[in-house]
Each structure stands twice: as structure tokens, then as C-alpha cells.
Design a protein around this ligand. Structure first.
Ligand code: DC
Length: 213
């Protein structure tokens, strides 16, 4: 008998909507592999900065991505992109990378490159994958689709508490209005506003829905 298809829990939402916190809890509880696709875009944005590329120039970003020897690597129960065997874990969370990442993420070639790698993550097993276009573009056929949200005030307060200085509204605007795979709520996603909820409550709700079929 052939192996069953891997299960994918797809979680989208704007910045600081609780995607990472909840995805990690859910993956740990269910024994699934966690994939942070935002980290992949951040890793490319970091690489562009390292290479002195103008990140708002789509042609330069495309050319960089075409020749990028980055590889998917499993570290513990998470998947990351490594560049020459190095994962820039701290660097990709900097204010500089946060400020430019959504420019890199709107280049159509980059999105196709990421899509191929993100889909191939099923090679690692059952997944909890978070991002902006997982429910709409990467795994549109999974029955487990969630869109997390929280009020703008709560999201900005969460980011401030992380100690990261950035204008979330500007990034969310770029992520929601770009042409290629914008952030949106798909028809069959469950929308969860977690402004007044703890991650334990939110993740328990999601697990119950996944297990309830
Ligand atoms: O989730 P995050 O803040 O780390 O994501 C960083 C950026 O990457 C985000 O502003 C938009 C982009 N992104 C994307 O376009 N598509 C995804 N699936 C994930 C992230």
C-alpha cells in the first residue's frame, strides 16, 4: 500500500497576526514539521542586501534569485533555506530586512521559485506552513485553511513588544495589493481574529477543527 498524502495545515494572515506562535504550537502538538515561508523571503532579502542589490529593482532581484544556491534544510522539526550551509537566523529579523522584504516578495520569478520549494516541503512529512499565500496559491487544495487576524493596534503592540521597530501598515499594504499572489482571505478559509485570545486558546481551536475533519 502506498503512503498516505501528507497533511498540510495552511495558515495565512498579516504581520504579527500570531501565525508563527500558533503554527509552532500546533506543529509541536501534532508532531508535524513547521515551515515559516516568511523566513524564506527574508533570507532572500538578506542575501540581496549582502550582495549590494537594489531591492526595488525587480530585474536585479530576479537575476540574483536565478543564481541563488539556496537549499531547503531540516533543522529539528522546522524547514529553513540555507545559503552555502548558513542560515541567517538572527539577521533576517533585523529592521533593515523587514523594511525591504516585501519588495523582494512581489517579484513574480521569486514567487515561482519559492512556490516550487515550498510545495516540495511535503517530502519532509505532514506540515504546518505559514505565510501570505499558502491557502490561496501554495496549497489551495488542502482542506485545512486558516486566516489569522488581530486588530491593527494589537498587531503593532505585539511587534513593538518584540523590540522590532517597523511600520506594519506599510508592509501589509504592499503584501495585500501586489499583483503576484497577494495576501487575501480565500472562500473556504476559517478566519480567526485572536486579538483577545491567548496562543493556547487559538491553537487549541485550530487543532480541534483539523481533527474534527
Ligand atoms: O511573515 P513575515 O513577516 O516573516 O514575512 C515577511 C515578508 O515576506 C512579508 O512581508 C511578505 C512576504 N511573504 C510573502 O509574500 N509570502 C509568504 N508566503 C510569506 C511571506
Amino acid at each position: 500500500m502506498s503512503d498516505p498524502e501528507p497533511i498540510v495545515i495552511a495558515i495565512d494572515g498579516p504581520s504579527a497576526s500570531g501565525k508563527s506562535t500558533n503554527s509552532k504550537i500546533i506543529a509541536a502538538r501534532l508532531g508535524y514539521v513547521y515551515v515559516d515561508t516568511g523566513a524564506m523571503y527574508r533570507t532572500l532579502a538578506w542575501h540581496a542586501q549582502q550582495s549590494g542589490i537594489e531591492v526595488t529593482n525587480a530585474e536585479s532581484v530576479e537575476a540574483l534569485c536565478r543564481d541563488w544556491p539556496a537549499e531547503l534544510v531540516r533543522r529539528g522539526d522546522s524547514i529553513w533555506l540555507e545559503v552555502d550551509g548558513y542560515f541567517p537566523e538572527q539577521e533576517i529579523r533585523s529592521a533593515e530586512v523587514s523594511a525591504v522584504v516585501s519588495h523582494v516578495a512581489q517579484v513574480p520569478f521569486v514567487r515561482e521559485w519559492m512556490k516550487e520549494r515550498q510545495r516540495s516541503c511535503v517530502q519532509f512529512g505532514n506540515l504546518v506552513m505559514e505565510g501570505r499565500d499558502i491557502t490561496s496559491n501554495i496549497f489551495p487544495d488542502t482542506p485545512h485553511k486558516f486566516y489569522l487576524d488581530a486588530s491593527a493596534e494589537v498587531r503593532q503592540a505585539r511587534r513593538d513588544a518584540d523590540g522590532v521597530e517597523e511600520n506594519l501598515a506599510a508592509r501589509d499594504q504592499r503584501d495585500s495589493t501586489r499583483r503576484a499572489a497577494p495576501l487575501k482571505v480565500v472562500e473556504d478559509a476559517t478566519v480567526i481574529n485572536n486579538s483577545g485570545e491567548s496562543p493556547e486558546e487559538t491553537s487549541a481551536r485550530i487543532i480541534a477543527m483539523v481533527q474534527g475533519g
